[in-house]
Write a protein that binds this ligand. Structure first.
Ligand code: UD1
Ligand code: CA
Length: 458
């Protein structure tokens, strides 16, 4: 049972420009694992089921607002970035006095919901929670200054540190939890009396200590969850950290990962038992892999569901598709959105399938294009066959019945239907419906030119 808590307002600071990114994209929209930094923070915040999430935005304006969504989201404009304290101040008019407030940073994306839960439990009528981290290199972070009895006295920014304070390795992550009423009182008293002439949120720590409100530090479990992203080097470092964590989770769940450093899991991925992932696989969630699924080297699977026992061989790109059990896909297959492959389907090399449904046991093993097509069960599509689905203006559908045999090099000019059990002779261009159960072919007569001789080089 979780203890009963006060209603929660989360404030996410996301107004900064992020100059050091040297990018036209606002910092909080820089992608980590394919999603904006801010989206990761929103996910962590959402897990706490807050009454409201207030995102303070400024740089990037509309672009930031359009890029993310979450329930109970309130946008707060901070037109001028006068400091983290000023940013939180902007959000306070929308926060009732009886709420607890959790402050998060839009550029600290790996923050864990579990830590935030712990931190919230530390906020009470006479106490606030402060998430701290030990960094080997604390450069740039605010330092936590403690008193003789170990009590937290204040947080000093790097630029305001004395030589002695610079040596402190215990850092402020910026994340804190405090009752709204106390926060409002302290924010009203902030002054930009510091090296950067900014309203520092961190100045409230000293105010708390003065008001006999206990500041309870909570050490982050991993330093990565407290890491902020300011430049492309840090962005890449966190991408690596994210990759390591996701691969670890899959291995802990029993997945065989041939090389965790060469697996990229982005978003929600669930795997059954005895799943094997070879090197250079990218999984963009939601991805669901059934028992015994094997994914070969260099495959990209994005929003895909795969049934048990299916083997995806190397170099396949599969997007927004549902794949049945015991299928064989690839090598070098491309399965495009809105495709359903039923059980035991084989899709071979250089075969592209788009917006099509392929029935159980059907095969297209070599060099084919199947688009806007309904393929029945037990069909064989010969090498080099193409559904000609586009007339230059519109897309048309092809229907291929159960048990059909399509000879190699067949062009099916849509709209067209091939009846169940039909056989199409190789090299045919089919422009009219082919009746079921019969051989249909379209082919010019073969002739041999007698006495013909090859030209000779002059
Ligand atoms: C801040 C903390 C520092 C802490 C560090 C952790 C302060 C004064 N300092 O420093 O103690 O160790 O984070 O990462 O709080 N922002 C706004 N509006 C503003 C200013 C900032 O929304 O007016 C946002 C930024 O977009 C960013 C976050 O607040 O997401 C932090 O701001 P930043 O300038 O990066 O603070 P730091 O110098 O890193
Ligand atoms: Ca920062």
């Amino acid at each position: 049972m979780t203890p009963k808590r006060k209603p929660l307002s989360v404030v996410i600071l996301a107004a900064g420009q992020g100059k050091r990114m040297k990018s036209d994209l606002p910092k909080v929209l820089q992608p980590l694992a394919g999603h904006p930094l801010l989206a990761h923070v929103l996910d962590a915040a959402g897990a706490l089921k807050p009454a409201m999430i207030h995102v303070v935005y400024g740089h990037g304006g509309e672009q930031v607002r359009l890029a993310v969504r979450a329930p109970n989201l309130r946008w707060v404009l901070q037109a001028e970035q006068l400091g983290t304290g000023h940013a939180v101040q902007r959000a306070m008019p929308g926060i009732p006095d009886d709420h607890d407030v959790l402050v998060l940073y839009g550029d600290v994306p790996l923050i864990r919901a579990a830590s935030l839960c712990e931190l919230l439990a530390l906020a009470g009528p006479n106490s606030m929670g402060l998430l701290t981290a030990m960094f080997d290199d604390p450069t740039g972070y605010g330092r936590v200054v403690r008193g003789a009895r170990g009590q937290v006295l204040r947080v000093v920014e790097q630029k305001d540190c004395s030589a002695r304070e610079l040596k402190i390795r215990e850092c402020n992550t910026g994340v804190l939890a405090v009752p709204a009423k106390l926060l409002k009182r302290w924010l009203a008293k902030l002054k930009p009396a510091n090296a950067q002439r900014e309203y520092y949120l961190t100045d409230i720590i000293a105010m708390a200590a003065k008001d006999k409100i206990r500041v309870v530090p909570l050490a982050a479990t991993t330093s990565s969850e407290a890491l902020g992203v300011n430049d492309k080097m840090q962005l890449a470092a966190l991408e690596g950290e994210y990759r390591r964590q996701r691969a670890l989770e899959l291995m802990q769940a029993g997945v065989t990962v041939i090389d965790p450093a060469r697996l990229d899991v982005r978003g929600a991925v669930t795997c059954g038992r005895d799943v094997v992932l070879d090197v250079n696989v990218v999984l963009e969630g939601p991805v669901q892999l059934g028992d015994g699924v094997r994914v070969g080297a260099n495959c990209v699977l994005s929003q895909v569901q795969v049934g048990r026992g299916t083997h995806i061989k190397p170099n396949c790109v599969i997007e927004r598709a549902e794949i049945g059990a015991h299928c064989e896909i690839g090598p070098f297959s491309r399965v495009r959105p809105e495709t359903t492959l039923h059980d035991n389907v084989h899709i071979g090399n250089f075969v592209e399938v788009k917006k099509s449904e392929i029935g159980a046991g059907s095969k297209a093993n070599h060099l084919s294009y199947i688009g806007d097509t309904l393929v029945g069960t037990g069909v064989n599509v010969g090498a080099g066959s193409v559904t000609c689905n586009y007339d230059g203006a519109n897309k048309w559908r092809t229907e291929i019945g159960d048990g059909v045999f399509i000879g190699s090099g067949t062009m099916m000019v849509a709209p067209v239907k091939i009846g169940a059990g039909a056989t199409i002779g190789a090299g045919s261009t089919i422009t009219k419906d082919a009746p079921p159960g019969q051989l249909t072919l379209e082919r010019s007569v073969q002739r041999t030119v007698e006495h013909w001789q090859r030209p000779v080089k002059k």
